[in-house]
Design a protein around this ligand. Structure first.
Ligand SMILES: O=C(O)C(=O)[C@@H](O)CO
Ligand SMILES: [Mg+2]
Length: 262
């Protein structure tokens, strides 16, 4: 079985953000991810991880004004200075949390606009170089336009081409099976083809984005496929519990013994 990371933005919302770390560990998770840690100090987040023996699998770099609807800055040419500052902020949190992967959100922009394309590439190259100095991977995630209308990075093939073209070992695909199924389908074959460039996997049922059980995707089959392919990374549980986080964990086998070897 892959190592599951509880997504603390979507799961364990019955607790305050910092208490979600304790709750996830109590439920048997050994790793966590979330969208943004920036409302809390790096030390406070790091302390919760250490206290619970949790690994920080992933988080996102600052996305601009999220509350106002912004979804990243990379494709926005006028926001490069803010993006550079965001990379430095994210690196401070990565250091405090030991996190080895950061997701750079692209922003809302026309994917066919050459100015947005040039801005995105410049931002990705800047972030990739800054992260490479610390041995951290930069993740790029195609996101479907039903969940995020107008999002710049909305195609797995274009992302695959960009990663090949950039040819930097620390730029990798964030393969969210939920977005993949909505955008293109063909999840199993895509996993097998794209796994060599994949740095992180995420899951949720389609179409509801609830627990990875039932509906369009056969997750027991996909988990077995990840094992068969030798995937050794994390699988982020980026889903909204249908009726309470703990009540919905029937699909999950607590992973204490697997990671600790106990
Ligand atoms: O929406 C998703 O899917 C994500 O993984 C987020 O990191 C983007 O906000
Ligand atoms: Mg995702």
């Amino acid at each position: 079985m892959p190592i599951f990371a509880a997504n603390l933005t979507m799961m364990f919302n019955e607790w305050s953000f910092l208490d979600r770390f304790d709750a996830a560990a109590d439920a048997g998770f050994r790793a966590v991810e979330y969208l943004f840690p920036y409302d809390h100090t790096p030390d406070a987040v790091g302390e919760r991880l250490r206290r619970n023996g949790l690994t920080q699998a992933l988080f996102n770099m600052p996305p601009g004004d999220w509350a106002a609807g912004e979804r990243g800055l990379a494709a926005l040419p006028d926001r490069f200075a803010e993006l550079q500052a965001g990379v430095e902020t994210a690196l401070r949190y990565a250091e405090a949390t030991g996190c080895r992967r950061l997701h750079l959100m692209a922003g809302l922009a026309d994917a066919a606009d050459p100015t947005a394309q040039a801005s995105y590439r410049r931002a990705v190259e800047h972030a990739a170089d800054a992260l490479a100095e610390r041995g951290i991977d930069l993740l790029l995630e195609p996101i479907n336009g039903r969940d995020m209308p107008g999002y710049f990075l909305n195609d797995f093939t274009a992302t695959e081409r960009l990663i090949a073209d950039l040819d930097r070992p620390n730029v990798r695909l964030q393969f969210d099976l939920y977005h993949r199924q909505i955008l293109h389908g063909d999840c199993t074959m895509a996993l097998s083809r794209l796994l060599p460039i994949t740095g992180h996997v995420q899951i949720a049922s389609v179409p509801s984005r609830h627990e990875p059980a039932g509906e369009e995707l056969n997750y027991p089959f996909l988990f077995a496929e990840l094992d068969r392919l030798g995937y050794e990374g994390f699988v982020g549980c980026e889903y909204r519990p249908r009726a309470g986080t703990l009540a919905g964990l029937g699909w999950f086998t607590p992973q204490r013994a697997i990671v600790t070897g106990a």
